[in-house]
Design a protein around this ligand. Structure first.
Ligand SMILES: [Zn+2]
Ligand SMILES: [Zn+2]
Length: 405
């Protein structure tokens, strides 16, 4: 059962498509309706047959008239706020794509089970999860379901970074299977340990970068990532020996520099990971920066740090905010988020990690892209911005970040 409350981003209703009515939501959803455009509040609708009993038909016709009037006058749809919410069940969904494989719209086959209060209306803000790991074993055999959940929650775009060669290959493969799902490929600083372990470091670095380079030819691989520096002492790690010493950090830097170059050379976006290494991280970036990376780079799961923010503003780097911002203990992060210019803000779930509250207290694991909306709701209250406006800006930022415009 799905409940779509508040403002409509409804694009069209096609009631003649038995057995269930169809709702189409998306950027170019006017393929078979009319008057829609990019994530807009404009819409068109078609209604031929009824959606139930006589009274429901009347309600829907009234609803339609309001839709058409507000569409013609391009007004904000405050009128519709007088209505409450519709409850209906999604029977299936179909994603249509354009010639480049970008998803244009999602069409839901729905069964209306109950119309609360006077009339139905819909709202799904189209959203973009800019960082999640469907390629991790937590989602083994579940990817299909998780992507479907995401689509039903309006998460139309997903970016999935690799963390080593294996998960990068997997990310690229998963991205091939779903419209709206894209991949980044790269070696995470934590897994630089694998290279260090294997002795002949120089040739291993070359070998690994070559494998990553190969993957960059894939159309659905839009970024290099996640790459960076990480000086955290992980308690839980697959490596028997994990020591964050100078040698290890130096090797991380080497890999990071190589992979920054890959992004520049191949004109790809860059997903950066930093944990407890701000000074070294910024130094590497400063020394290897290229203007080509401006507006195409993200500090994913950004630590609350003024130096990072300053660097991000100077170089037009996006800042990724995750579900941990909702934690009671995240006061510092919440204060930090308030300082991020809206035009640099992007959202991510980092699934399967960082489950937002209240799901964390309820122990509902693992995190998944469909939970992105919880983060955006929380931020809308924290930043005192209308949810709809926030979602819209953040999606625009995310699409620019990965050149998916
Ligand atoms: Zn990360
Ligand atoms: Zn990650």
């Amino acid at each position: 059962m799905v409940v779509f409350p508040c403002m409509p981003d409804l694009i069209g209703i096609k009631a003649d498509s038995a057995p269930y009515p169809m709702i189409t939501i998306g950027r170019n959803a006017d393929a078979n309706t009319r008057g829609t455009n990019n994530n807009s509040q404009k819409f068109g609708w078609i209604l031929k047959n009824g959606l139930g009993d006589f009274l429901s038909k009347i309600r829907i016709i009234v609803f339609g008239i309001i839709l058409v009037v507000t569409h013609i006058f391009d007004t904000n749809i405050f009128l519709l706020q007088i209505f409450n919410q519709a409850v209906f069940e999604i029977k299936s969904s179909v994603i249509s794509t354009d010639e480049y494989g970008h998803s244009n719209s999602v069409t839901y086959n729905i069964q209306i089970s109950k119309i609360k209060d006077k009339i139905l209306y819909f709202n799904i803000d189209i959203m973009f999860d800019t960082h999640c790991h469907l390629n991790f074993k937590d989602f083994k055999e579940k990817v299909e379901m998780v992507v479907k959940n995401a689509q039903e929650a309006g998460i139309e775009w997903i970016l999935m970074p690799g963390t080593d060669c294996e998960t990068s290959v997997k990310a690229a493969k998963i991205a091939q299977r779903f419209a709206g799902v894209y991949a980044a490929v790269g070696i995470h600083p934590h897994h630089v340990r694998q290279i260090q372990k294997e002795g002949d470091v120089i040739s291993k670095v070359k070998w690994e970068t070559m494998k990553i380079r190969k993957l960059l030819n894939d159309k659905k691989v839009v970024a290099v990532g996640e790459v960076g520096l990480d000086k955290h002492h992980y308690q839980k790690t697959k490596y028997d020996y994990y020591q964050v010493d100078e040698e290890f950090v130096e090797l991380q830097k080497k890999l990071l520099i190589e992979q920054i170059r890959l992004a520049i050379e191949h004109d790809k976006s860059l997903v950066l990971h930093n944990r407890e290494a701000v000074d070294e991280f910024l130094k590497v970036l400063e020394e290897n920066w290229d203007r080509k990376l401006e507006g195409k780079t993200v500090f994913h799961c950004c630590e609350p740090n003024e130096k990072l923010l300053e660097f991000a503003i100077k170089h037009k780097i996006y800042i990724g905010v995750d579900g941990d911002v909702t934690y009671l203990s995240a006061v510092k992060k919440q204060e930090f988020v308030k300082k991020i210019p809206l035009k640099l803000l992007v959202l991510e779930t980092d699934s399967p990690f960082l489950v937002p509250e209240p799901l964390k207290s309820e122990r509902i694991f693992p995190n998944q892209p469909a939970n992105l909306k919880i983060i955006s709701k929380f931020l809308s209250r924290l930043l005192k911005i209308e949810e709809e406006q926030l979602d819209k800006e953040v999606v625009e930022n995310s699409r620019k970040l990965f050149s998916l415009t």
